[in-house]
Design a protein around this ligand. Structure first.
Ligand SMILES: Nc1nc2c(c(=O)[nH]1)N[C@H]1C(S)=C(S)[C@@H](COP(=O)(O)OP(=O)(O)OC[C@H]3O[C@@H](n4cnc5c(=O)[nH]c(N)nc54)[C@H](O)[C@@H]3O)O[C@H]1N2
Ligand SMILES: Nc1nc2c(c(=O)[nH]1)N[C@H]1C(S)=C(S)[C@@H](COP(=O)(O)OP(=O)(O)OC[C@H]3O[C@@H](n4cnc5c(=O)[nH]c(N)nc54)[C@H](O)[C@@H]3O)O[C@H]1N2
Ligand code: SF4
Ligand SMILES: [Mo]
Length: 707
């Protein structure tokens, strides 16, 4: 018998992860048999993470959704019956047409996020389709919008420091980012810089895996980083550590910022953050005098009421010290700003009818229950690339809303997720190796290609094909809905942009990735001489006339709420909503802060249904300090209940000095179907003060032993 022939194909990890790894798919006999990191890619460097290293197992997992299904029991019962694609699409279209006839298209609500980050199957299709329909616009501010608003107001749409240039840094601050788990391929570079003598400081509310590998772990109380940053600014100015020439030539608003910072002393910040004033001074001094100094900010910095202002304060630091002058100096937020994606073509915001209402995805639970939006009732939701029951706040409200028999829910999925469980119609979607795409990269400066190299199992089809079929049934004539996947790729990237010089689709197909023309890691210093893409061309320490907005081009789709509320033009510390100081009554009942960061072994809620991944990650835990545990009679390894007025979840107590008294930590992603509630049962759906970002680090809870 002939040996099966093994072929290899370039892949791109489609998950919502800053690393966007370039992969090598191995195929035998028409099946994906293995996946490896691309050794030629300067960031992937031949290795994947624990989640993806056996990606083929996810493709062929026995629980994978393979056929369209119709609900055959009560909502949430998990009873479904197989139907054909024609039956499924006919039913969806006829239900939608009836809803549109009675209530208008805005009674239909699209719900998606970056579960798939492909330009074609992640971002496209759905947006253009629902914009054309005239459906409600769902603003998706899950991740990075507050950060991006602050970034745009301060330094403009720049990729900032290249993550690879961190190799040249001598002082590195990783601020509210757990790189070892969430940005592994950047962490390798930070470790190398550390070996070459760089000092690595991690500022994290608890001793995360990353904090444990730092030279210095600074642990402010969650939501107080704004005070820390303001006190750094105070010290840098007071001790004459500013780069006067840089400040004079390339910033606006220094006198105003200096005046604001006058009272933001390290002693003032010590009270708020719990960090000794001398440590704050030392951090400010070391940061200012050691060059190149690079800061990597994580999304958790935006996740409390004052998150945006915190990031404004941090973004001022490298301009004050002139860190931008150096290769490997400055700040890394999201390099996506210099990627030439054509969101206008991908998402077609021009198709949104004027006056269409907007709801926020984080507040879907409220919209379905206590706070319905003005206008027609929500009669149908289509959900793809997202799993709000696990990932969005105020879960109990979402579940209550989804249980409504009168709400027609369509879910396109790989698995029957916690959200898909409530669907009326389930549509099976293709996975990574089953569809061609270019993957959006928000954490490095490469375009990443993904080849289709195997057929989808069962009757799964790619997202974009689902929307093509729906568009054809509804008679949508725009070209978008007729392009093949390959044609989409020709249109979705601005191949004529300077960043794409020398790159085309053929090259991408051959190489699997290509670096954008934005300088090299060894010479890129984009703001050496200012050149900030802001209205003033300078770093805006003050942003006169600033109003709140949701950045459009990055979170795609549409250009935000205009005009928003007026913002304080200067950065500052803005206290969290849920603290003993700001809400003493609440703090009496629920005295502990909680943060709920990413799990090492899951990718948001993906993989948290796979036995081997659950084993690797371990069961849901609740990190708690011995002092707090003792007060509550909680013993190591005991089951505890974490609760507040919004809901509750259960986990196993891990008593540890990794958290300070007053704080508990429970990581995200565990499925509600397999656990007793999830971390988002207790999260608030209040939006923070910039970019409508979530407030996952601004929640008070109580913890009790479960007998
Ligand atoms: N393994 C794994 N990797 C992932 C993901 C995943 O689910 N699992 N998800 C991906 C996605 S979508 C994203 S956005 C990125 C996000 O990756 P990160 O930016 O690393 O985000 P988080 O893990 O939410 O939080 C990072 C750290 O911030 C700390 N933190 C929380 N609140 C505060 C605070 O107020 N102040 C300070 N100083 N620290 C605080 C937390 O303790 C945590 O250790 O990761 C991506 N990569
Ligand atoms: N408490 C707390 N909550 C958080 C966070 C936190 O740190 N703490 N982090 C927030 C952040 S940063 C983010 S980005 C969000 C993420 O929120 P989500 O994007 O909702 O998270 P995922 O769990 O990745 O859900 C993606 C879903 O899409 C499905 N999917 C994947 N690929 C495809 C595809 O090609 N087609 C279709 N049809 N479906 C597909 C997956 O099976 C999965 O169910 O969560 C946020 N929620
Ligand atoms: S999840 Fe992140 S680290 Fe893992 S393979 Fe994908 S891009 Fe790479
Ligand atoms: Mo995210």
């Amino acid at each position: 018998m002939a040996e099966p022939i093994k072929t290899t194909h370039p892949g791109g990890c489609p998950h919502d992860c800053p690393d966007t790894c370039s992969m090598i798919f191995e195929v035998e006999d028409g099946k994906l048999t293995g996946v490896k990191g691309n050794p030629d890619h300067p960031m992937t460097r031949g290795g994947l993470c624990v989640k993806l290293k056996d990606y083929e197992k996810r493709h062929y997992h026995p629980d994978r959704l393979l056929y369209p299904m119709r609900r055959s029991g009560p909502k949430g019962s998990g009873q479904f019956t197989r139907i054909s694609w024609d039956e499924a699409l006919d039913e969806i279209v006829s239900r939608w047409q009836a809803i549109i006839a009675e209530h208008g298209p805005q009674a239909i609500v699209p719900y998606s996020y970056l579960g798939n980050q492909g330009l074609v199957h992640g971002l496209n299709g759905g947006d253009a389709f629902f914009n054309r329909m005239g459906a409600t616009v769902t603003e998706r501010t899950f991740c990075g919008e507050g950060s991006s608003t602050a970034w745009l107001l301060t330094v403009g749409p720049t990729a900032g420091v290249d993550p690879e240039s961190f190799i040249h840094a001598k002082y590195i601050i990783i601020w509210a980012c757990n790189s070892v788990s969430t940005n592994l391929h950047h962490w390798h570079i930070v470790k190398e810089a550390q070996k070459q003598g760089a000092k690595v400081v991690v500022i994290d509310a608890y001793a995360s895996r990353t904090a444990k590998e730092a030279d210095w772990h600074i642990a402010p109380k969650p939501g107080t980083d704004g005070a820390l940053a303001m006190a750094m600014i105070h010290t840098i100015i007071e001790e004459g550590l500013i780069d006067q020439d840089y400040v004079d030539n390339y910033t606006v608003g220094f006198p105003e910022l200096a005046e604001r910072a006058l009272t933001r002393t390290p002693e003032w910040a010590a009270e708020i953050t719990g960090i000794p004033a001398d440590d704050i001074r030392e951090l400010a001094r070391e940061y200012a005098v050691t060059q190149p100094a690079a800061i990597r900010i994580g999304v958790a910095l935006e996740r409390h009421h004052g998150g945006g202002q915190t990031i404004r304060a941090v973004a001022c630091l490298p301009a004050l010290t002139g860190a931008w002058r150096h290769v490997g100096g400055g700040i890394l937020q999201f390099p996506v700003w210099e990627h030439p994606y054509r969101f206008d073509v991908i998402c077609r915001p021009d198709l949104i009818p004027e006056g269409t209402r907007v709801i926020n995805a984080l507040q879907i639970g409220r919209a379905l229950t206590i706070d319905p939006p003005a206008g027609p009732p929500i009669k149908s939701i289509m959900c793809w690339n997202a799993n709000p029951v696990t990932q969005a706040p105020e879960t109990d409200r979402i579940v209550e809303g989804l249980k409504n028999e009168d709400l027609f829910l369509v879910s396109a999925e790989h698995f029957i997720s916690d959200t898909a469980l409530y669907a009326d119609i389930l549509l099976p979607a293709s996975m990574g190796a089953e569809m061609e795409d270019v993957i959006l990269s928000w954490g490095h400066l490469y375009l990443t290609y993904n080849a289709k190299c195997v057929e989808s199992p069962g009757e799964a089809i790619p997202n974009n094909e689902i929307f093509r079929r729906l568009a054809a049934r509804l008679g949508f004539q725009e070209d978008n809905f007729k392009w093949s996947d390959a044609e989409c790729l020709e249109h979705y990237i601005d191949w004529d942009a300077p960043a794409c010089k020398g790159i085309d689709l053929a090259i991408l197909r051959k190489q699997g990735f290509a670096r954008l023309n934005v300088g090299t890691k060894d010479d890129r210093a984009p703001h050496k001489e200012g050149n900030f893409p802001t209205p003033s061309g300078k770093c805006q320490l003050i942003a006169d006339g600033a109003t709140n907005f949701v950045p459009g081009p990055f979170r795609q789709m549409y250009d935000g709420l205009q005009p928003g509320e007026a913002l304080d033009p200067l950065p500052d510390y803005v206290p969290s909503r849920e603290t003993a100081a700001t809400n003493p009554e609440l703090a009496k009942r629920y005295p502990l802060n909680i943060v709920s960061p990413k799990s090492h072994g899951f990718l948001n809620s993906c993989y948290a249904n796979m036995e081997n991944k659950i084993q690797g990650q371990g069961e849901q835990f609740v990190l708690i300090n011995a002092l707090d545990a003792d007060q509550r009679g909680i013993r190591q390894g005991e089951k505890v209940r974490v609760f507040n007025g919004r809901g509750a979840f259960a986990g196993v107590a891990k008593i540890s000095e990794d958290v300070k008294p007053g704080l508990v930590v429970a990581t995200l992603g565990y499925w509600r179907q397999l656990n007793d509630g999830t971390v988002n049962s207790i999260s608030s759906a209040e939006l923070v003060n910039m970019g409508n970002a979530p407030s996952f680090s601004d929640n008070l809870v109580q913890v009790e032993a479960l007998q």
